[in-house]
Design a protein around this ligand. Structure first.
Ligand code: GAL
Length: 691
């Protein structure tokens, strides 16, 4: 969205605040349910995700339905002024279902069939599971589809994982036949069949990848992951049938995730593809704040990256559908959010385009695995504890900021991220087994813009490049000729592109490009990449760029210059004094190539120059040191700017123009103190901030 037009993602013109609410755990405690209603008012919450794991409370026996409790909840929430995101219950099965229809159970890659238990572990090909989930969804849509409290559908929960049962083997083969137009020779070609004599002469010989069978055919591994994404989407679409039929105006979503250890986007599914099938992107964010391995600012940068990615998937606001108001229960160490962190981390989500702050969970469960997971209401049932008060404070602030719902902000910079690329690169036997780090590398390129407060979209390879001034494409190892020609067109029409080592090595089948670096890349960059050197973790090289020398680790491309200008050179090893950084004017645009993995200060200096050249500016001029992040949302009349201190000390920031402090209702200009973890939300009327 390049304009300042609002794109409302829900029918309520407000920011959502609330979370997963599980009254089905407390059906024999009417006093608790009554307390919930009182506490909801005090917490300033307005929206609740209900029924996510409620299948056994809705259908305790096959064909026996008990909706009365949910009827009551719908009514009471509605009377209380709240809205409901109603879940379809397919995330967890009742025991009767698995007992009667064992085909719904998953089989793992070792071909071991699972038992009933836990959750998120169903066979997505099973006709029985598809029928059962669609049926209960139909009943829910029939019963609640016209209820005024219904805001959105929460389809299933955190789809993930894979199944290797016989039904899935059949589905995989069908998928392959369709993908390869029934042409087995084409599949053998794409999978490079003759290698180790793996040519198939019948579709029946193909089996899904397994450590006890075939796991080294890269084209097949890639296709299997694509199939898993498609099969999951297909299962989801089957769930959607009655919802679209009976409630065509109610938006649907399913909650996306992040891999938490290193806070990167979830890798089990290609969300770029999935995004096309949901109305609203929602995600569950659980950064491990205050951990012992990275600074708060480093982690905040990674959160910003995922937010910018999930917002850019549909170029509209997203919803934070789950987060914790305090600690989680499943990190190795479950540390409480320090004072101010809840507000700061919530404002960061809003700043990057979330139209909600939602929690897992409204009330702590009494038993089972999440009984110590953070919640708005603790076992003490009190509105007086620190966490509850933090939540209520966020609720009040969200109420005061409701006008920004539906807004985002334009960006001139796009960074390309690609799930398939990560899968293929991680599969590649070669380079450094532990040093590929594609996502982390993309985040490192993102970091510079985040630190300099330059708005960024994180886009997919099939998204339109033409509205950006700069497209950054780190390590795009898997590059199809189709993407390449779109890229060429972008540069030819005046765009600027930056790319790096390990770009353009294989095609969409994970087959190496033959004949050297692809011709279109050579044209765009004015170079040929002739070799890639991989260094041991203890090795390093150096690159001279401008007046400075920078340290290089892990990867270095050896480059032959055709027409490009040499901007930097390697200083060590057998390729000392050969080009490391180049730039090239191609038709109306420009390209830059970064040959190796360089330290952070290089990115800062290098992109600093491009930022100047392309006149890329932050939404508001706020001068500050590292650790402070400035992000904005823009409406047709004003800019709302979030100035966030992710450092561990008080910072001084300078506003170059007067702004209105929304949380304290005062004007600010010049030097302003920002305490550790403090946030200022300021507004500037459009006419005062047009550049
Ligand atoms: C999410 C999940 C929730 C809850 C939460 C705990 O991944 O969707 O149901 O388990 O984690 O952090």
């Amino acid at each position: 969205m390049k304009s300042r037009e609002k794109k409302q993602v829900t029918r309520v013109n407000t920011l959502l605040h609330g979370g997963d609410y599980n009254p089905d755990q407390w059906l024999n405690r009417p006093d608790i349910l009554a307390d919930d209603l009182k506490l909801m008012k005090l917490a300033h919450t307005n929206t609740y995700s209900i029924g996510i794991f409620a299948w056994s409370a809705l259908e305790p026996e096959e064909g026996v339905y008990t909706f009365d409790w949910l009827d009551t909840i719908f009514e009471t929430i509605h009377q209380n002024g709240g809205t409901i995101i109603l879940a379809t219950p397919s995330g967890a099965r009742p025991a009767w279902l698995s007992q009667k229809y064992p085909e719904v159970l998953r089989t793992n890659e070792l071909r071991l069939k699972h038992l009933q238990g836990a959750r998120h572990n169903h066979c997505f090909s099973s006709p029985v599971y598809r029928e059962k989930t669609q049926h209960i969804n139909r009943l829910l849509a029939e019963r609640y589809g016209n209820h005024p409290a219904l805001l959105m559908w929460h389809v299933s929960n955190e789809y993930s994982g894979e199944c290797h049962c016989d039904l899935c083997q059949v589905a995989f083969k069908e998928w392959l036949k369709e993908t390869y137009n029934n042409d087995l020779a084409a599949l053998n070609e794409a999978w490079w069949g003759p290698f180790w004599s793996h040519t198939f002469n019948s579709w029946s010989q193909i089996q899904s990848p397994s450590p006890i069978g075939e796991d080294a055919v890269h084209g097949m591994n890639l296709d299997w992951r694509r199939f898993i994404t498609d099969q999951t989407i297909n299962f989801y679409q089957n769930e959607l049938v009655p919802l679209r039929e009976l409630t065509p105006t109610i938006p649907v979503t399913t909650n996306f995730m992040a891999d938490t250890d290193d806070l990167i986007p979830y890798q089990g599914l290609d969300y770029g593809k999935f995004a096309k099938h949901v109305d609203v992107i929602t995600w569950d964010g659980y950064p491990a704040w205050h951990n012992d391995r990275e600074s708060t600012a480093d982690l905040a940068m990674k959160v910003g990256f995922i937010d910018d990615l999930y917002r850019s998937l549909k170029q509209q606001p997203f919803l934070l559908l789950e987060s914790t108001p305090s600690a989680v229960s499943w990190h190795e160490v479950n540390k409480a959010k320090r004072p101010q962190m809840h507000l700061l981390s919530s404002m960061q989500m809003i700043a990057h385009g979330s139209d909600s702050i939602m929690y897992f969970q409204w009330r702590k469960s009494r038993g089972s695995s999440e009984k110590f997971h953070g919640a708005v209401v603790d076992h003490d049932n009190s509105p007086e504890n620190r966490v509850f008060k933090d939540v209520a404070e966020v609720g009040k602030i969200l109420e005061s900021l409701s006008a920004i719902a539906g807004t985002t902000r334009p960006a001139d910079v796009a960074i390309l991220y690609d799930w398939e690329n990560n899968w293929a690169l991680n599969d590649a036997q070669g380079y450094g087994a532990k040093t590929k780090n594609y996502t982390q590398t993309v985040q490192e390129h993102y970091r510079t813009f985040w630190e300099k407060d330059i708005p960024v979209d994180v886009i997919m390879k099939d998204q339109d490049f033409s509205s950006y001034k700069l497209v950054v494409i780190p390590m795009l190892y898997l590059l199809s000729l189709e993407t390449l020609s779109r890229l060429k067109e972008f540069v030819a029409h005046g765009g600027t592109v930056v790319s790096t080592y390990l770009t353009g090595i294989v095609d969409e089948h994970d087959l190496a490009h033959l004949g050297g670096w692809p011709k279109d890349l050579q044209d765009i960059f004015g170079i040929n990449v002739v070799e890639t050197d991989t260094l041991y973790p203890s090795d390093y090289n150096k690159v001279r760029y401008g007046e400075k020398e920078y340290e290089l680790k892990e990867y270095a491309s050896i480059v032959e210059v055709k027409q490009a200008e040499i901007k930097g050179e390697y200083l060590e090893d057998f390729y000392a004094h050969t080009p490391a950084i180049t730039s090239h004017s191609f038709e109306k645009g420009k390209s830059y190539f970064i040959g190796g993995r360089l330290e952070r200060s290089f990115h800062s200096d290098f992109y600093g120059e491009i930022i100047k050249e392309l006149r890329l500016t932050p939404v508001l001029s706020v001068r500050h040191e590292k650790g402070v992040s400035v992000q904005a949302r823009q409406s047709e009349t004003e800019d709302t700017i979030f100035v966030m201190n992710f450092s561990e000390e008080t910072q001084v920031v300078y506003f170059d123009q007067p702004v209105w402090d929304r949380l304290n209702e005062v004007e600010l200009v010049g030097e302003v103190m920002l305490e550790k973890y403090a946030v200022k939300v300021v507004t500037v009327p459009l006419e005062d901030n047009s550049q």
